[in-house]
Design a protein around this ligand. Sequence first.
Ligand code: PLP
Length: 370
Amino acid sequence: MRIPLIKPYITEEVKEKVSEVLDSGYLTEGAATKELENSFKDYIGCEYTLAACNCTVGLEMALRTIGVGPGDEVIVPDYTYPATASVVEIVGARIVLVDVDPQTMLIDYEVLESAITEKTKAVMPVSIFGNPLDYERLTRIKEKYNIFIVEDAACSIGAEFKGIKVGNLADISVFSLHPRKFITTGEGGMITTNNAEWAAWMDSYKHFGMASRDSRAGIQFNQIGTNYKLSNIQAAVGLVQMKYVEELLSQRQLLANNYMQLLDNHPRIKFQKLSTFGVHSYQSFCIFVKNRDKIMIDMREKGIEVQIGTYSLHMHKAYNKNTNCTITGKMEGSKYAFEHCLALPLYHDLSTDEQEYIVEKLTEIISQED
Ligand SMILES: Cc1ncc(COP(=O)(O)O)c(C=O)c1O
């Protein structure tokens, strides 16, 4: 038996929709992209959505639109995918890395607050693996220090805090539509905000700086921009998946709960702690284990694809040898998460038999440890 980590939701309906777009001859950003944006807007309940060619450039645009640039500092959790921090340097600002809570793997709010200086323009918390943040606490910090919150919501489609969906809780949130996410366009990103001015600025920026795209009125370029559009072909894939977003999400939550029941009370396994008042999207189902690397190799040898959670950025040269990056404290929470976190297979048609097999092999391997 071979069990992958993820499986994108690609059905006949998806293929038909892609064929329809191909037959239309309209392949760049178009009606399917607009429909995808609208489906996100309806689902999340926010005012504006902008599709982009990936989450990373979406985060970059978000920082640019709130005016982050040289001389500014942006606070980023150390335990995240490099994209979150690299965009800070790309827009010319200083990266300030802070630790995470080792149980939730979310930014440590106290350390975050202590890292704020006069130069801090924004914080980029990450709702890691779909675990929502404490947005009330973040909002209090935002208001106290007059800074912006740009959420890296790469993994968080469907996550909630006190009944409000992620994407409607920060100044700007950015989702990823990479194939490891359960709604995917191959490569893709979705930006959400309730600020009309920012939405208009980003819309112009991702269209080469166009002020108006109404050809009758004459196209005007009012600012320098770039091309961060999402094609109609890619959007068609995500558009069909969005029809089933509720089902796909509840299926993930069921599977995650089943893992927790099967592994409950295991003396050598801990779960990621759900943040208070949150609904987890379980983009990844993560456990903490000792000897994670060895367990990962053994599981893969048995045909079960497991994966590390994500990276501890301060351990990498791009950050620890970077004079434009401040590393705050010892990063013990981040290091713990990096060394112990293991993501188990989770996808729409993972069966309970397969889950039982995964758990059987995992517990067998763990019992052979020391
Ligand atoms: C937390 C986080 N941020 C950003 C990204 C980058 O997303 P993308 O590949 O869509 O640019 C990822 C990718 O997995 C991620 O996990």
